[in-house]
Design a protein around this ligand. Structure first.
Ligand code: SF4
Length: 190
């Protein structure tokens, strides 16, 4: 008998709670792996497809669901999430079927490229897609979207552009283990 094995999701990091990566308090998942090569990328440590941690997306979904009362949703970023469509579909379909958590997906692909890559396969599970390459000349010194050319695509009525206007531009989190996360763009690094 053939058994279907759910593809693993390669992740760079997870921040359980953030208020600077979309509206409300959100779990942020940085996936590992990107070959888009945007000049001036602020997250080069996420590029290798051989690093990071491989996780079962169904187990990750259960972990997020166990915390669902303390967050509004999740934000997927990277790295490039759309290089891992099958694993993402397992994660996101499980979340959508079992919660009202919202999903924001940041991708370096342009809108037409997204269709060529995955059609509308992930659309039923995503509320907002923020698309487009990071363009150094258009970078925003602060903000989780990176550069001003990025396009917002609202796939559900859950959010509108005004919901993103009050998102803090930068956030520094120190975990109990002493690990520091800086989200949004680190203005000190430029
Ligand atoms: S898509 Fe994102 S992670 Fe990939 S190179 Fe561009 S800015 Fe960096």
């Amino acid at each position: 008998m053939n058994t279907y094995k759910v593809p693993e999701l390669r992740i760079h990091a997870i921040l359980p709670e953030s208020v600077a990566n979309g509206p409300g308090k959100r779990t942020v998942i940085w996936v590992q792996g990107c070959s888009l090569g945007c000049a001036g990328c602020f997250n080069p440590q996420t590029h290798s497809f051989h690093q990071g941690t491989r996780v079962n997306p169904l187990e990750l979904a259960q972990e997020i669901l166990s915390q669902q009362t303390s967050i509004e949703g999740i934000t997927l970023t990277g790295g490039e999430p759309l290089f891992q469509i099958e694993a993402l579909e397992s994660l996101l379909s499980t979340l959508r079927a079992n919660s009202s958590l919202s999903v924001i997906l940041l991708t370096g692909f342009e809108w037409d490229e997204i269709f060529r890559l995955q059609g509308d396969r992930l659309f039923p599970y995503v509320d907002v897609i923020i698309s487009g390459r990071f363009i150094k000349e258009k970078r925003l010194a602060q903000s989780f979207i990176g550069s001003a050319n990025k396009e917002f695509h609202f796939l559900t009525t859950r959010y509108s552009l005004s919901d993103f206007q009050d998102v803090p531009v930068c956030e520094i989190t120190i975990s109990p283990e002493g690990n520091t996360f800086i989200t949004g763009i680190d203005p000190l690094a430029w």
